[in-house]
Design a protein around this ligand. Structure first.
Ligand SMILES: NC(=O)c1ccc[n+]([C@@H]2O[C@H](COP(=O)([O-])OP(=O)(O)OC[C@H]3O[C@@H](n4cnc5c(N)ncnc54)[C@H](OP(=O)(O)O)[C@@H]3O)[C@@H](O)[C@H]2O)c1
Length: 164
């Protein structure tokens, strides 16, 4: 099983504001759906609050330190390792880590693939993607999208693979 990151990041590394995604990018959501459908997706409890009930066709794994936390459409784990073990035991080939900040930071050293959407804006975010070294990643593909319609901003989707 490989671990993949999938994130949309603004020009300052921002990923969220007031508990939400601070933009609407319809084509990026379509890309997210196409990639993750049929797979396990791992997220923190706050990200789950924003997607609960909206990611059918995927196995949702949620991290929380709160032993009383329950989720209707997700399995809850107290540690990153326990969630990984669940996906592995289920025969997953690619686990998608979908945020937020702390979960991205925990997964980054293990990740083999990184689906990075660079959003051409500064969205005054209060949550940021962790610092990472672009030199450790090889570009596999790049696709540009223009603002307009249901895309609030120009953005580029990069598919990256860890070097070496
Ligand atoms: N742009 C993007 O690609 C993207 C992606 C995802 C999210 N977001 C945005 O980011 C924001 C949410 O992210 P966030 O960083 O604030 O929160 P988060 O990572 O979604 O959730 C944090 C919570 O997850 C639990 N958690 C995290 N790591 C854990 C671990 N190792 N073991 C056990 N529990 C763990 C804890 O829950 P407990 O407090 O219950 O213990 C922690 O408080 C929102 O604004 C969202 O819209 C953006």
């Amino acid at each position: 099983m490989i671990v993949s990151l999938i994130a949309a990041v603004d020009e300052h590394g921002g990923i969220g504001r007031n508990g939400r995604m601070p933009w609407r990018l319809s084509d990026d959501l379509k890309h997210f759906r196409a990639l993750t459908l049929g797979h396990h997706v791992l997220m923190g409890r706050k990200t789950y609050a924003t997607v609960a009930g909206r990611l059918p066709g995927r196995k949702l794994l949620v991290l929380s330190h709160n032993p009383a936390f329950r989720a209707d459409d997700a399995l809850v784990f107290a540690s990153f390792e326990a969630a990984l073990a669940e996906a592995q035991a289920a025969g997953e080939d690619e686990l998608f880590v979908i945020g937020g900040a702390e979960v991205f930071a925990r997964a980054l050293p293990l990740a083999q693939r990184f689906y990075l959407t660079r959003v051409n804006t500064v969205a005054d975010c209060d949550v940021f993607f962790p610092a990472f070294d672009m030199g450790q990643w090889k570009l596999l593909s790049q696709q540009d999208f223009a603002a307009g319609g249901k895309n609030d901003h120009d953005f580029t989707i990069f598919e990256l693979a860890r070097k070496g």
